[in-house]
Design a protein around this ligand. Structure first.
Ligand SMILES: [Zn+2]
Length: 385
């Protein structure tokens, strides 16, 4: 990669945050080789070029006065322009459509620079419009890894706010800056402090499967993760026998008739244990292996006949049941990723005394289209709620 840390800013009209942050990072040792990127608008770029990167600009001055700042690689090529809704660079983030386009760009940037193998990403939400800081912070929540950081920079005294102050000079005692009103302000260097406030953030990366997400769509990704959180927190399951599908937390998964049959019968059993809400799986709500060749096989066989599907013969037993369960669980894992556990068929106990069942709470299981078994299999019972 050639560098040991990536530092990213969303900067607008205040390129000061870049030198202030770099100055603060130089006070921490060791100083890793850092590559800086700035995501900004065309007006932000103009500010940066004029104030920092021009001849005699603050960037060169910082590197001259503080050799540690030479560990930071920054130049015009690393100033990336946020595209607008029509893909032309934005001059400012004004409309809703601008912020959607900017958000997707920021999201793509963070996704790329947090890919496996990339050095730690340090994102600064100082500078830029509030929307941009929010978007960067949210992108970090969605993609940030354990070593990635989010920070803000705080400069004191307040007299320096909005001025053309860039970093505390090394040799002088007094800083002379121009306030937004145009008046000159003098601040003693000893009174200046620049702090990096580290902002804790949850890392939701674990909720996503790498590669499953469409590129560059912020709201879609947020919606998807929201959905996935629901699957973790409240894993409701609809077992639709007629349509041969499981709807797990809103996600429909088509399964074979045999597997939907197995799942429906296990779900029905789970619902029969009154204490099931707290039960983790006993021989009442889970199926003991010993019952597979008997009552369970008979019920499954009846259901398959009713569905005009495969025959479940007299010698059908646990060795036929097991691979179906494994394949069903694999299907759930493929579709739901790390959220699949509460939906999977659980296997408990020692060999010879195994119990099979669904651990989701009984009231979260809805079975549709399971016929009454025994005698009249053709009569549909409808939803068991
Ligand atoms: Zn139980």
């Amino acid at each position: 990669m050639g560098w040991e840390r990536t530092l990213v800013f969303v900067a607008g009209a205040s390129p000061q945050v870049i030198t202030e942050t770099v100055w603060a990072l130089c006070q921490r040792r060791p100083v890793p080789r850092t590559k800086i990127f700035v995501l900004t608008t065309t007006s932000g770029r103009d500010h940066i070029e004029r104030a920092l990167l021009s001849r005699g600009g603050a960037w060169a001055a910082l590197r001259r006065e503080y050799p540690a700042a030479r560990q930071f690689d920054f130049g015009a090529k690393q100033v990336l322009l946020l595209p607008g809704p029509n893909q032309h660079p934005l001059e400012d983030v004004r409309s809703d459509a601008d912020s959607v386009a900017a958000g997707n760009f920021i999201l793509d940037f963070v996704r790329s620079y947090t890919a496996p193998g990339y050095p730690p990403l340090h994102a600064s939400i100082a500078g830029g419009r509030k929307t941009m800081g929010y978007l960067l912070g949210t992108a970090m929540m969605l993609y940030g890894r354990v070593d990635d950081r989010l920070s803000h920079v705080l400069v004191r005294p307040a007299a320096l706010e909005g001025t053309d102050f860039f970093f505390p000079p090394r040799k002088r005692q007094l800083v002379q800056v121009v306030a937004p009103s145009g008046t000159a302000v003098e601040v003693p260097v000893k009174d200046i402090s620049i702090d990096l406030a580290e902002l804790p953030f949850p890392r939701l990366r674990l909720l996503q499967e790498t590669g499953e997400l469409p590129s560059g769509n912020f709201s879609e990704l947020v919606q998807r993760l929201q959905h996935r959180l629901g699957q973790y927190v409240r894993p409701n399951i609809q077992i639709d026998v007629t349509q041969q599908r499981l709807i797990c937390g809103g996600e429909a998964i088509r399964v074979s008739p045999l597997r939907i049959g197995i799942y429906a019968i296990l779900a029905k059993r789970r619902r029969t244990h009154p204490a099931g809400t707290t039960c983790q799986g006993c021989s009442l709500c889970f199926l003991p292996a010993s019952e597979i060749p008997g009552a369970f096989r008979a019920e499954l066989s009846g259901l398959m006949r009713h569905m005009k599907s495969v025959a479940v013969g007299k010698d059908w037993g646990e060795r036929n049941f097991r691979p179906e369960v494994s394949k069903l669980n694999a299907q759930l894992q493929q579709k739901l990723g790390s959220a699949s556990a509460p939906y999977e068929v659980q296997i408990r106990g020692q060999k010879g005394q195994r119990l099979y069942g669904i651990s989701a709470s009984p009231e979260l299981l809805t079975i549709l289209g399971l016929p009454t078994v025994g005698g009249n299999v053709a009569k549909k019972e409808g939803a068991i709620v």
